[in-house]
Design a protein around this ligand. Structure first.
Ligand code: ZN
Length: 148
């Protein structure tokens, strides 16, 4: 099972979905994780209460990039409310709350990141894109990004 998950993570890392900047984005937020050197920019296009388009850009470890790729697949075309619910669920799963396997129907490929919970230092890598998405939904840009 762990091997399958490893492959899923590497697949998203090597062939990221929805990667690149979004022309005419309504919202943009950028965060970095100095512990690992990960950088993530999330661009959103909203249509009413729907996340019509989402893309991410940046660089970093396989966990951060795969989590961003999986996240875009999870929230694209969903309502802002669903996106917020997915953010809360993923954060709580990463805090070790709840059974990640049972959440598989709701989070899809993200279930592959369950193993990260055993490595506290990597949890920041996995949650970085989600924290950027949360900021973008709030209309914030991510203050940390302004630091040199
Ligand atoms: Zn990382």
């Amino acid at each position: 099972m762990d091997e399958l998950y490893q492959e899923l993570i590497l697949d998203h890392y090597r062939r990221p979905r929805n990667r690149g900047r979004l022309d005419g984005a309504d919202r943009t937020a950028e965060l970095h994780n100095p512990l690992c050197g990960d950088e993530i920019v999330v661009d959103l296009k909203l249509e009413g209460e729907t996340v019509a388009e989402i893309r991410f850009d940046g660089h970093g470890c396989a966990i951060s990039q795969a989590s961003a790729s999986m996240m875009t697949e999870r929230v694209k075309g969903r309502s802002v409310g669903e996106a917020r619910a997915a953010i809360e669920l993923f954060r709580s799963l990463m805090r070790g709350e709840g059974d990640i396997e049972k959440a598989a129907d709701f989070i899809g490929d993200l279930v592959a990141l369950g193993g990260v919970r055993r490595f506290p230092v990597r949890i920041k890598c996995a949650t970085l894109p989600w924290n950027a998405l949360a900021l973008a939904l709030e209309g914030r840009r991510g203050e940390e990004a302004a630091e040199p």
